[in-house]
Design a protein around this ligand. Structure first.
Ligand SMILES: Nc1nc2c(c(=O)[nH]1)N[C@H]1C(S)=C(S)[C@@H](COP(=O)(O)O)O[C@H]1N2
Ligand SMILES: [Mo]
Length: 240
């Protein structure tokens, strides 16, 4: 089934309607975000160290995080992912190409945010980062990946070795549905063995680099190596 067919089918979950009020920014975006969150009610309770936070009921305990002031939207048709830097074949993928040109992988793991909340056994579907890298042809001297997002703000990083693990996905599906705007769709990173801050939402670019460029939260004190368990609860540790 193509993305467009999926988008054309009735969305059963679109029963709970609500307004995502971006409290910390003092902005109530209203109807646009309501649509963007696929009708999931979200009420922002507090500002969290990792960004604006709201529990997403019907979302299995997920919280909404964005350091940007609004939920960016890119349709399935307009979405592009660029792969560049130290590669033989810089590439731009449409969502369709990602789905059709590369093998699909489904992972079911616990999602763990560094601030403590966890969503057990969540399915993510997408293409392995290692397949994206193999298709582009990694050049000698490559050591790391830098991820950019179409929110224009967030960035992330992985070492090349981490990126080649079999549990690192460029994801287009979450819980066997297209990824919603609120959850970073149509395409986000899913770094399964790491805290969820590594899983950059609204993924726009992958640049292969010769060294690690710390991401948004990493410049603000988070561990660059975000392995679950290695920094549990240290969401307030100082920049060093
Ligand atoms: N572009 C972008 N990606 C992001 C973030 C963000 O603020 N912007 N927050 C990160 C953090 S701290 C978490 S816990 C997860 C939250 O994902 P969710 O909103 O789908 O629950 O996204 C991660 N990826
Ligand atoms: Mo997080």
């Amino acid at each position: 089934m193509t993305a467009d067919e999926r988008r054309g089918t009735p969305v059963g979950r679109r029963v709970v309607l609500g307004v995502l009020a971006l409290g910390a920014a003092g902005v109530a975006v209203g109807a646009r975000v309501q649509k963007a969150t696929d009708g999931v009610l979200a009420t922002v309770a507090s500002k969290d160290p990792t960004g604006l936070t709201g529990l997403l009921p019907g979302g299995g305990g997920f919280r909404f995080y964005s350091v940007a002031a609004s939920v960016p939207h890119r349709s399935a048709d307009n979405y592009r992912l660029t792969v560049d830097g130290l590669v033989e074949r810089p590439t731009t993928y449409t969502l369709k190409q990602l789905k059709e040109d590369l093998p699909s992988t489904r992972l079911v793991r616990d999602v763990q945010c560094v601030t403590g909340w966890r969503v057990p056994q969540t399915a993510f579907t997408g293409v392995l980062l290692s397949d994206v890298l193999a298709a582009a042809g990694v050049r000698p001297g490559a050591m790391a990946l830098r991820f950019t997002c179409f929110d224009g703000v967030y960035t992330e990083s992985l070492t090349l070795e981490q990126a080649r693990r079999p549990d690192m996905l460029v994801a287009y599906g979450m819980r066997d549905e297209p990824i919603t705007d609120a959850h970073g769709g149509p395409v986000r990173l899913y770094a399964a063995p790491m805290y969820f801050y590594k899983s950059a939402k609204w993924l726009a670019g992958i640049t292969v680099t010769d060294e690690v460029t710390p991401g948004y939260w990493e410049k603000r004190g988070y561990d660059v190596d975000g392995w679950v368990g290695s920094s549990n609860g240290r969401d307030d540790h100082p920049t060093s």
